[in-house]
Write a protein that binds this ligand. Structure first.
Ligand SMILES: C[S@@+](CC[C@H](N)C(=O)[O-])C[C@H]1O[C@@H](n2cnc3c(N)ncnc32)[C@H](O)[C@@H]1O
Length: 267
């Protein structure tokens, strides 16, 4: 049996892998877009909700400078341990997005990247984002587009479904769950936020190879444990063919990925 210390250590290793693989592969690029969308400026106080290992908080800290202040909150202490190791000068707090430990109107800007789709109660989290931002402050949220709009991830999930069955779609689809803005924006409006702008853009997810892309996606979900080695090998082989158009001359994978940036003010 693993002790609580060993369990925490395994979680820290997973968080380190998130920071070294996923952040450069896709999240780093969007952190810059998100702080731009929020208009983060020198001297501001900024909250990064569900900060993970802190890529958005770090981008915000570069903008607010020494006169400003950035706080990152996340539910997962292992993510926060990695965030702290990289930037001990930023304040990191463990908290649930549904119950933020801050007074009303505490921040000039509140950011949240690639996380809203994981909250069990999206409206409650948005109410909290709206509560802790100052009256003229800005909330900026990034979510990925719908699976149907993803030029590379759509075919990848189709390959997985072909070999592993329809369950693979739900296991690989958490990321895309809030990609329909027609459904999402009314939730913002119902929680005390007035949406002022949305930008939909394509970024690029970058991996060493198509195999590395497939492994990163499949092995970061419970799908890998549910399929045999033979099925996994068939998924890899089929993905090499179906995603060949995203392979560069040097064998790397560069896959376009659609995301939305939503900015809002407190009503
Ligand atoms: C895909 S990661 C994104 C992390 C970071 N925003 C980034 O861009 O790299 C999703 C994060 O949401 C956090 N999370 C999930 N549910 C949460 C909740 N209810 N409250 C706070 N954080 C939560 C997870 O621990 C994880 O760090």
């Amino acid at each position: 049996m693993t002790s609580p210390v060993e369990t925490f250590q395994l979680a820290v290793e997973a968080a380190e892998a998130y920071e070294s693989k996923f952040v450069p592969a896709m999240f780093g690029e969007w952190a810059a877009y998100l702080v731009d969308a929020a208009g983060i400026a020198p001297g501001q106080t900024v909250l990064d909700v569900a900060c993970g290992t802190g890529v958005v908080a770090r981008a915000a800290a570069a903008r607010v400078g020494e006169r400003g202040k950035v706080v990152g909150v996340d539910l997962n202490p292992a993510m926060l341990a990695v965030a702290q190791r990289h930037r001990p000068d930023i304040e990191w707090r463990q908290a649930d997005a549904a119950a933020l430990p801050f007074a009303d109107g505490s921040f000039d800007a509140v950011l949240c990247q690639a996380a809203l789709m994981f909250f069990p109660d999206v409206a409650q989290a948005l109410r909290e984002l709206a509560r802790v931002v100052s009256p003229r402050g800005r909330v900026a949220v990034q979510v990925w587009g719908r699976l149907e709009s993803q030029p590379g991830y759509g075919p990848l999930v189709a390959v997985a479904a072909r070999h592993a069955g329809p369950d693979a779609v739900s296991l690989l689809s958490a990321y895309w769950a809030l990609g329909n803005l027609d459904a999402l924006l009314p939730v913002f409006e119902s929680t005390g936020l007035e949406v002022t702008a949305t930008h939909t853009r394509l970024g690029t997810a970058r991996f060493d190879s198509i195999d590395e892309l497939v492994r990163t996606e499949v092995e970061s979900t419970p799908l890998r444990e549910r399929i045999s080695d033979e099925t996994y090998a068939r998924i890899l082989e089929d993905a090499r063919e179906k995603l060949a158009t995203f392979q560069t001359a040097t064998g790397r994978a560069e896959v376009p990925i659609e995301g939305h940036l939503i900015t809002a003010l407190r009503k």
